[in-house]
Design a binder for this molecule. Structure first.
Ligand SMILES: CC(C)(COP(=O)(O)OP(=O)(O)OC[C@H]1O[C@@H](n2cnc3c(N)ncnc32)[C@H](O)[C@@H]1OP(=O)(O)O)[C@@H](O)C(=O)NCCC(=O)NCCS
Length: 190
């Protein structure tokens, strides 16, 4: 499915060495969005430590980039060997970029990545009053069943197929080319 994103925006996986861009994005979230993202008010130091653990946990982070700045993110973390086939997902979009389809596009990519890694159960911590996230999840009814009382979303998609793997590979290929162009323009600007 073709993604409609705000002009100039691209979604791609975060590459090794780009953690600072993820940290800066999370630190830029307005207080309300930060609270919604982390399930409560958290200090800057908490956010910094949180991002450090992300790099050590083999997480997959998709970023939404505009002119080299990360304005949105979706993180997929395995819940570890004890909870095989289960993962946690979390999405964040900076205020000025909300309600433009970015969250939907990020969740779509994350569901594909979850499916291709055989995750059947996806936990998404979501505050009960977070109507926006609930609306967003409902758009994926066919793939994701949500129970907002228990705050757990279940990925119902079946096993990965060659086509679903191919879709992710094609996105990665495009994402890599975009990351290289971005790097080149940052080098030229420096
Ligand atoms: C929740 C969040 C990720 C959604 O991202 P987004 O880019 O605003 O979402 P989209 O633009 O793709 O909108 C998805 C759906 O949300 C609903 N929505 C959008 N704006 C809304 C608003 N102001 N109020 C209520 N629902 C709204 C719509 O139903 C929309 O579907 P549509 O495009 O078919 O109309 C984003 O608002 C955010 O980062 N919030 C703070 C952090 C957070 O809550 N994270 C979730 C915890 S894991």
């Amino acid at each position: 499915m073709r993604e409609v994103l705000p002009e100039g925006g691209v979604i791609r996986k975060l590459w090794i060495g780009e953690t600072a861009r993820y940290r800066d994005h999370l630190l830029r979230l307005d207080p309300e969005s930060r609270r919604a993202r982390f399930g409560g008010g958290v200090a800057d130091d908490f956010v910094r430590r949180y991002v450090e653990t992300t790099t050590g946990l083999d997480a997959i982070v998709h970023g939404f980039f505009v002119e080299g700045a990360m304005r949105g993110a979706a993180e997929l973390r395995s819940l570890g060997a004890g909870l095989l086939g289960q993962a946690e997902a979390a999405i964040s979009v900076e205020k000025s970029w909300q309600s433009h389809g970015v969250g939907s596009a990020l969740l779509r990519r994350t569901l594909l990545a979850a499916r291709n890694r055989g995750y059947r159960l996806l936990h998404m911590a979501c505050l009960a009053e977070n109507r926006r996230m609930q609306q967003l999840a409902r758009k994926f009814d066919a793939e994701l069943s949500f129970d907002f009382d228990s705050v757990i979303g279940e990925v119902e998609s079946s096993r990965p197929t060659p086509l679903s793997v191919m879709r992710e590979l094609m996105s990665d290929h495009h994402g890599f080319a975009t990351a290289m162009l971005d790097l080149q323009s940052r080098i030229l600007r420096a």
